[in-house]
Write a protein that binds this ligand. Structure first.
Ligand code: PEP
Ligand code: MG
Length: 565
């Protein structure tokens, strides 16, 4: 049996057949001309046939879809034969341009025109670019870009997924995800966990597997096995039974000896919040507000923002909801605040830093948060992302106070913030450790890169030390006032049941994670006492590598293996 090792990022054991994610459609050469053997009429006819084929395929798919997905597919199907798009291309073909280059350029001008119109029309610009890529793929006779269409479930395999692809992922058809690239903290991994899909990243070579290959995926062990045997079949069947028992969380997180550890949810909007409340989340530890507005070219109005935030607050009456202000930049660009030409966006003007480059956006967001909070019964806290200094924390707290918002806090996701946690906590009421970025910055390893997955691991001794130092800083600050301010974790580390125990042992007060992980984290945490968690934290801290730390802790938690985690 051929085994492809990678990094497990979402547990689960499944058997299914492979479908490869088509490679992105490359841009035709600049100024590519018609072939000698072709006439403009022939090329235009080929283009029309291709655009009609794309239209028919999207129309067919829209018939099987429902709700928003159906509407999007229907309008995209119409775009494929849009007269402006096609006539623009035919004009270029008549001037001697190749069909592929002509549709590419015509698509670019239509997209730009829509973009300039603003509002709803601007949001259709991305659909034109999608349609253009589909037509080029059709002309080349290669598979259409995006997640392959299928009526039967499959395991999606590829290099990596773009955020736009993950948004269209249907978990009733895609059984699991395995990528040759991507890191454990990448958004592909985050989405897989949110959807409860077993997933493995950084499994080198899997993108060479043929479509239809029967494979076994173990999302906890981080492996893909070709040609599963009876042992793998039994493991996959056992997982189905286990998954059912794990699906319950009673809404009371804590250790076996009754030390409470509220288990909160990370959400990106109202739908997530409703699902999280149903899964027993004790509140929201991270509302990623940028997720409400990804794909937007323009700043959402205050009214739109109020509606989006209210959708989340209303799912948690009487409970804490931590709203993070826009964290645009790097892997989450938002054209109205970030600069796409920055050479090094992860270290660029992102997160709270955009308040200086785009003044007013934060002020309007804080006003919208306040308005939404006043309408709802949730206990609203606000925090800023990418804080690096105590001065920034002080400035943010002043902005919250000016806006009339209580309980300001900041993310600790830059190593400098962890090292100065005491000073930062003098300025704000709480901090939340963003272990995804904290790991990428501590290890200088881009969280999106598969080859750096081993470095990009929150079990790394340096990352555990930074978490410990943050708690030490909070305790030192609390020493002066007699009350220690909360230190939560809202990075993906909190969703790893073994690491969650270590985090509690290190002194973290709340854990926030994708709703799907609540039951697994609860199942493990509720079986250890606070003292045991502290011992396991010491064990992890004394290990000399991420692998050793994880193995040492897991060896003391046999429940993980029993639960297939
Ligand atoms: C983090 O960095 O850990 C975090 C929670 O923020 P995001 O993943 O949205 O960057
Ligand atoms: Mg972050």
């Amino acid at each position: 049996m051929q085994v492809f090792p990678g990094v497990g990022v979402s547990p689960g054991r499944i058997i299914g057949s492979v479908r490869q994610m088509p490679k992105p459609v490359g841009e035709p050469a600049q100024g590519e001309r018609l072939a000698e053997s072709s006439t403009p009429d022939d090329a235009s006819a080929l283009l029309l046939t291709a655009s009609k084929a794309v239209h028919a395929e999207l129309k067919r798919r829209s018939e099987g879809a429902q709700g928003t997905g159906k509407a999007v597919l229907e309008s995209t199907a119409l775009m494929a034969t849009d007269p402006l798009l096609i006539e623009g291309a035919v004009t270029l073909i008549n001037a001697g341009t190749s069909a592929e280059r002509a549709i590419w350029d015509s698509g670019a001008s239509v997209a730009e025109m829509l973009h300039n119109l603003g509002g709803y029309m601007a949001e259709r610009a991305a659909d034109v670019l999608d349609v253009r890529a589909r037509i080029v793929a059709e002309l080349r006779g290669v598979p259409a870009p995006g997640i392959p269409h299928s009526d039967t479930p499959f395991i999606l395999v590829g290099e990596d997924l773009a955020p736009a692809d993950t948004a269209t992922l249907d978990p009733s058809i895609v059984m699991g995800l395995v990528t040759s690239g991507g890191g454990p903290q990448s958004h592909t991994a985050i989405i897989a966990r949110a959807l409860g899909l077993p997933a493995v990243v950084a499994a080198v070579g899997v993108d060479e597997l043929d479509d239809g290959t029967e494979v076994y995926v173990d999302g906890a062990a981080g492996t893909l096995t070709v040609g599963p045997g009876p042992a793998e079949v039994a493991a996959a069947e056992a997982w189905v039974a286990l998954a059912a028992t794990l699906a319950v969380f009673d809404g009371n997180g804590g250790t076996a000896d009754g030390h409470p550890v509220p288990l909160l949810a990370n959400v990106g909007g109202a739908a997530d919040a409703v699902a999280a409340a149903e899964a027993g989340a004790q509140g929201v530890g991270l509302l990623r507000t940028e997720f409400c507005f990804l794909g937007r070219d323009t700043e959402p109005s205050v009214d739109e923002q109020v509606a989006a935030y209210r959708g989340v607050f209303d799912a948690f009456p009487g409970k804490k909801v931590v709203v993070r202000t826009l964290d645009a930049g790097a892997d989450k660009p938002l054209p109205f605040v970030t600069d796409a030409t920055e050479p090094n966006p992860a270290l660029g003007v992102r997160g709270y830093r955009t308040d200086t480059s785009s003044p007013g956006v934060l002020e309007r967001q804080l006003a919208a948060i306040l308005a939404a909070a006043e309408f709802s019964a949730a206990e609203v806290w606000v925090m800023a992302p990418m804080i690096a200094t105590a001065e920034e924390a002080r400035r943010f707290a002043a902005q919250c106070a000016a806006a009339g918002l209580k309980t300001p806090g900041v993310m600790v996701e830059v190593p400098s913030a962890a090292l100065t946690a005491e000073a930062i906590l003098r300025e704000v009421d709480f901090v939340s450790l963003g272990t995804n970025d904290l790991t990428q910055y501590a290890m200088a390893a881009d969280r999106q890169l598969g080859p750096l997955a081993a470095l990009n691991n929150p079990w790394q001794p340096a990352v555990l030390q930074l978490i410990r130092l943050t708690v030490v800083g909070a305790r030192a600050e609390g020493h002066h006032t007699g009350q220690v301010k909360p230190v939560g974790v809202c990075g993906e580390a909190a969703a790893d049941p073994a690491l969650a125990v270590v985090l509690v042992g290190l002194g973290v007060s709340t854990l926030s994670m994708t709703a799907r992980s609540l039951s697994a984290v609860h199942a493990v945490l509720s079986r250890v006492t606070l003292d045991q968690a502290r011992e396991l934290a010491q064990l992890a801290l004394s290990a000399s590598s991420a692998t050793d730390a994880r193995a040492a802790v897991r060896a003391h938690l046999p429940i993980l293996e029993d639960l297939g985690l």
